[in-house]
Design a protein around this ligand. Structure first.
Ligand code: AMP
Ligand code: MG
Length: 302
């Protein structure tokens, strides 16, 4: 993390991560008063935005809003907008309170690689590049924040909520507050380049299956299975004598549990010395949509 209003401090984030300058950072604020220092809430969207903040802040919901001049260009990658959220982690909140300034903070990994969900994973990624890690325990949601852009309501209608990145605040949860649209449907590519087709990639090639029949083992190759719920009846477990196995939500298939374990499981399989990681499909409902999104980007990398 770096003081979001200090361009030099923020430049160090890009250096440490090897992150390209065109990929904007998310600014973390303690409350709506701090939000006003960095962003403006357009009048047309104000009611919906305030209702969403009342419901989901502090928490993993990021808003893309018009920026204030105090925000350095490096934070927004030169965009006229800034991404802002208020985190719920008590330790991070305490730092924000002590500092009294907004903090720009990305996931603490090398650019494009698997996101870390623990202090140990951060050290594996960035040791030597960062001055310290404050260990406040493993991540509680497991995947990065949901990112939205909120548009004003059409005459008498519902607010438009454009989903720029799926995350722990799900489409089902957002629906109560407006009409949720995928970013593409709401007018072409999002003007933020962060949502690259290939991202979250293990070093080991990853193949995402649609159905069990999609898998065929090549002789002599070693395969790991990233299983959704580890059940024989799903048809994947028995396909092969897997050289490594991780199950996201053993037995029950609970999607929030799968999300919490997802990046840890991927990281573990990446370290298992196999030739390929084979992933079962994840249901695209609830936070499953966010897991499926990360899996598709991981698979696109090779
Ligand atoms: P993270 O991957 O959690 O570090 O979040 C950074 C991501 O937030 C970027 O890669 C973008 O997808 C998104 N983002 C940040 N700023 C903006 C912005 N101004 N407009 C749209 N998306 C943004
Ligand atoms: Mg990231």
């Amino acid at each position: 993390a770096a003081d979001a209003l200090d361009a030099e401090a923020c430049a160090r984030i890009f250096e440490a991560k090897g992150r390209p300058r065109f990929d904007p950072l998310i600014v973390h604020v303690r409350n709506e008063a701090m939000l006003d220092e960095v962003a403006e809430v357009p009048a047309a969207a104000a009611e919906a935005v305030r209702r969403l903040m009342a419901e989901f802040w502090p928490g993993p919901l990021t808003f893309v809003l018009p920026r204030r001049p105090a925000v350095p260009d490096i934070v927004t990658a030169g965009l006229p907008t800034v991404a802002v959220r208020s985190p719920k982690n008590p330790l991070f909140r305490a730092v924000l309170k002590e500092l009294g300034r907004p903090l720009a903070a990305p996931s603490a990994n090398r650019f494009g690689s698997i996101s870390p969900t623990s202090a140990a994973a951060v050290m594996a990624e960035l040791a030597g590049e960062i001055p310290l890690v404050v260990d406040a325990g493993a991540c509680s949601d497991g995947v990065e924040s949901t990112i939205v852009r909120v548009g004003g309501a059409a005459a008498g209608g519902k607010a438009r909520i454009e989903l720029l990145r799926p995350g722990p605040v799900t489409v089902e949860m957002l629906k109560r507050f407006g009409k949720v649209e995928p970013a593409a449907a709401a007018g072409g590519a999002p003007d933020a380049p962060g949502q690259l087709a290939s991202h979250y990639a293990p070093r080991t090639p990853l193949r995402l299956l649609g159905r069990p029949e999609d898998f065929e083992a090549a002789p002599g190759r070693r395969y790991a299975l990233l299983s959704y719920r580890g059940q024989e009846k799903d048809g994947y477990l028995g396909l092969h004598e897997w050289d490594a196995l991780q199950v996201l939500s053993p037995g029950s298939g609970k999607l929030p549990e799968a999300a919490v374990r997802f990046f840890f499981a991927l990281r573990t399989l990446d370290g298992a010395g196999v030739d390929e990681i084979v992933a079962e499909p994840i249901p695209k409902r609830g936070v499953g949509l966010a897991i499926a999104d990360r899996l598709e980007r991981a698979a696109a990398a090779h």
